[in-house]
Ligand binder design. Structure first.
Ligand code: GDG
Length: 483
């Protein structure tokens, strides 16, 4: 009987020491939820890194960790600190991440990072090979593991392999700058199906395959030796029900039961009627355009001073990759910007920006989504951007305005949002004004369409659709090769 193996850099669980033993608590992130129907615990295995380096794991705990992981249908690839530095903080986040988000100036082409990336990808591939047979289905996730499909295919040609990239695939002109571009493409081409969030990323990938490897490409099929590799787009959805129901439950909570953050937000609304809250939530990452957004907010307040004291921007920036130099510099830049703007523009009754640099529990995320009149998301590049979708899902009365960068993958599916170019301050200032003034009926009409779409094409449907195309692809490929 065939089984399904899912593989991602991080496992979808958090390890916790409990009563002298170990337990693995399932994460509730988007990917983990979407994969629930695929990773059902019966005939599937999820392979990944636990988050603890070998140096941080006492040998005596390893059996307990393996047991706790096995109970969740997971198996770990153990990594040393040096491997994590070169593979994850190095090649993944100092080479591929900036390059694929069009930040050439931040991209480091460092041979030692590449070598560690290759070596660690081999470790992941070996872990799959140790567990898989020719009838198994393997789904590899994301940019940290782009060489894994080929490494597995070489040794287990019968396996059905799918790969999904969660970040953008850049245009050929950007991708071609990478010294190891052919190796990366060949690594991906070990797959039977390669999925992207949008048609544009798919197009960029096919163009690189055509131009760098001179392979035969017909529509979205790539012909390689006696194999046919399908490339397609699968825009990732969210767990709509979870977000929507949490917002409904939040609406029903009264008085004492409400969180401190919700009480603070309610007090703010009561004390300043007619004012509006703007929300942005992102990992603290240069690709998310946080610093530009703060500058654009200052531009707006100076262009339309009548909105001072009427609009407040809430920024939730979640700490991320904080030992990569660019992220440290960005943190400093944002701290300084917020300080300067609040210092220059605040009045006795009003602070323009509330800035939180932390991660918040899910309940507080819902408090923010449901209390803010406008969500303003300005990535300079973003594979998809799930925050935009989550904001819409929580608007139980259908009010709320989403201002979204056209550089986010989600903009392709969210035409009813107010789409902006994050580099255009003039346009954003006018859009903020328009969002403030937008009649409730218009907000509701726009969000009705968005909600319907998000509810239908949720993350579970996304995972199932990928799996079904993957299974079909393998059988079609076999038929075509035989005939
Ligand atoms: C990558 C791609 C693509 C955020 N702050 C908190 C918190 N979050 C949750 C949000 C959302 C997720 O994190 C962020 O997802 P995004 O899609 O916005 O961005 P990335 O982390 O960059 O994800 C991206 C995605 O992969 C999926 O393919 O969309 O383009 O870059 O779900 O809710 N959750 C909690 N507290 C927080 O403070 N609990």
């Amino acid at each position: 009987m065939s089984k399904t193996i899912i593989i991602s850099n991080r496992l979808p669980v958090q390890l916790q020491i409990s009563d002298g033993g170990m337990s693995a608590i399932p994460s509730v992130g988007g990917l983990a939820t979407g994969m629930k129907s695929v990773h059902d615990g019966k005939n599937s295995l999820w392979i990944g890194w636990s988050g603890l380096t070998e140096e941080d794991t006492p040998e005596s705990l390893v059996p307990a960790i393996d047991k706790a992981l096995a109970e969740q249908g997971c198996a770990q690839v153990s990594l040393t600190k040096e491997e994590v530095d070169g593979f994850y903080f190095g090649f993944s986040n100092r080479t591929i991440w900036p390059l694929f988000h069009y930040f050439l100036e931040y991209t480091e082409f460092e041979l030692s990072f590449w070598e560690t990336y290759r070596q660690v990808n081999q470790k992941f591939a070996d872990a799959i090979l140790a567990q898989s047979g020719p009838d198994d289905i393997i789904w590899v996730h994301d940019y940290q593991l782009m060489l894994v499909p080929q490494m597995v295919k070489e040794k287990n040609p019968g396996a059905t392999i799918g790969f999904f990239l969660h970040i953008p695939f850049p245009s050929y002109e950007i991708f071609r700058t990478m010294p190891w571009r052919e190796e990366v493409l060949q690594g991906l081409l070990g797959s039977d199906l390669i999925g992207f969030h949008t048609y544009d990323y798919e197009r960029h990938f096919l163009s690189s395959v055509r131009r760098l490897l001179s392979l035969d490409v017909h529509f979205n099929d790539i012909y390689l030796d006696n194999r046919i590799i399908k490339v397609d787009s699968f825009p990732m959805g969210i767990d709509y029900k979870r977000f929507h129901e949490a917002a409904v439950a939040n609406d029903q909570l009264k008085g004492k039961e409400r969180s401190d953050l919700q009480k603070k937000l309610d007090d703010h609304k009561a004390s300043a009627p007619g004012t509006k809250l703007i929300l942005s939530i992102d990992r603290l990452d240069y690709s998310k355009g946080i610093a530009k957004r703060i500058n654009a907010f200052e531009y707006f307040l100076r262009k339309y001073p009548e909105y001072k004291e009427k609009m407040r921007l809430i920024i939730l920036a979640v700490p991320s990759r904080s030992n990569v130099p660019q992220y440290m510099l960005l943190k400093k830049e944002i701290d300084e910007l917020v300080g300067r703007i609040n210092g220059e523009l605040s009045t006795v009754n009003w602070t323009p920006i509330w800035y939180f640099y932390r991660s918040m529990p899910f309940e507080n995320l819902i408090d923010l989504y449901t209390s803010c009149d406008i969500a303003w998301l300005t990535p300079l590049r973003d594979g998809m951007n799930l925050v935009a979708k989550e904001y819409i899902a929580t608007r139980t009365d259908k009010t709320g305005v989403l201002i979204l960068s056209e550089m986010a993958g989600s903009a392709y599916e969210m035409n009813e949002a107010l789409l902006i170019n994050p580099n255009n301050f003039e346009q954003q200032a006018d859009t903020l004004k328009r969002a403030f003034e937008m009649p409730k009926e218009e907000q509701m009409a726009r969000n009705m369409f968005l909600q319907k779409r998000l509810e239908r094409y949720n993350v579970e449907v996304w995972a199932q659709e990928f799996m079904s195309v993957l299974k079909n692809q393998k059988s079609e490929e076999q038929e075509q090769v035989v005939t």
